[in-house]
Design a binder for this molecule. Structure first.
Ligand SMILES: CC(C)(COP(=O)(O)OP(=O)(O)OC[C@H]1O[C@@H](n2cnc3c(N)ncnc32)[C@H](O)[C@@H]1OP(=O)(O)O)[C@@H](O)C(=O)NCCC(=O)NCCS
Length: 175
């Protein structure tokens, strides 16, 4: 069976990344820029998506990014990412970010995010992704929660399309 046909486990997609908060990453308060954390989250999640898909993946969206606490100059930033859910061509990846004071080893949860990636062929068109098989209770919970979020995302996209169509119709009548 080819790798693209073999179902994968969420834990096999797991990625862990560590970064050091340098002066170039911080604002005048000595805490990290939100955009820098977002970039690291995107990279960490992208690696997990590609590890599962065994294909190039692009970021389609990032939602529910919560900044819980700041990371400070000189701290270590630890990011953990894992695929939660797979649709036909898309994958949802969850990332948890912690900051660690290197002098004490004490860690704080600083951010969490969910991102959707789409696996693509060389010409940029979406391609099917192999199935995901959650096997532990926490993997199954993450899978079910991600499935619910996907339903909400699709419902929101449909509602936005409906409102846009209504707006275009009104604009056409008023012209
Ligand atoms: C993401 C992209 C490939 C989707 O292409 P598309 O032609 O709209 O694809 P489709 O409508 O066939 O949807 C493909 C999948 O993506 C999902 N998707 C599309 N847009 C999405 C969005 N904004 N958020 C979440 N999922 C999305 C669809 O639900 C579908 O999932 P499924 O196959 O699992 O059911 C395309 O919009 C793109 O190339 N965007 C730019 C990506 C990019 O440059 N990212 C930043 C740098 S990596």
């Amino acid at each position: 069976m080819a790798i693209h046909d073999t179902p994968g486990r969420p834990c096999d997609s797991a990625v862990e990344m560590n970064e050091l908060v340098l002066p170039t990453h911080t604002n005048s308060l000595g805490t990290i820029f939100g955009g820098q954390i977002m970039a690291w989250i995107d990279i960490c999640a992208g690696m997990a998506a590609m590890r599962h898909a065994r294909a190039q993946c692009v970021t389609a969206s990032m939602d529910a990014l919560d900044f819980i606490a700041p990371a400070r100059l000189g701290e270590l930033v630890n990011l953990k990412g894992m695929v939660n859910y797979v649709g036909r061509t898309s994958l949802e990846v969850g990332v948890r970010v912690e900051a660690e004071d290197p002098r004490t080893g004490v860690r704080r949860h600083t951010a969490s995010a969910y991102l959707t990636f789409v696996a693509i062929a060389d010409d940029g068109t979406p391609i099917p992704v192999r199935r995901l098989e959650p096997s532990t209770p926490s993997e199954r919970l993450r899978y079910e929660e991600a499935e619910a979020r996907r339903g909400q995302r699709l419902a929101l996209a449909r509602e936005r399309a409906r409102l846009r169509a209504e707006h275009d119709q009104r604009a056409g009548r008023d012209a």
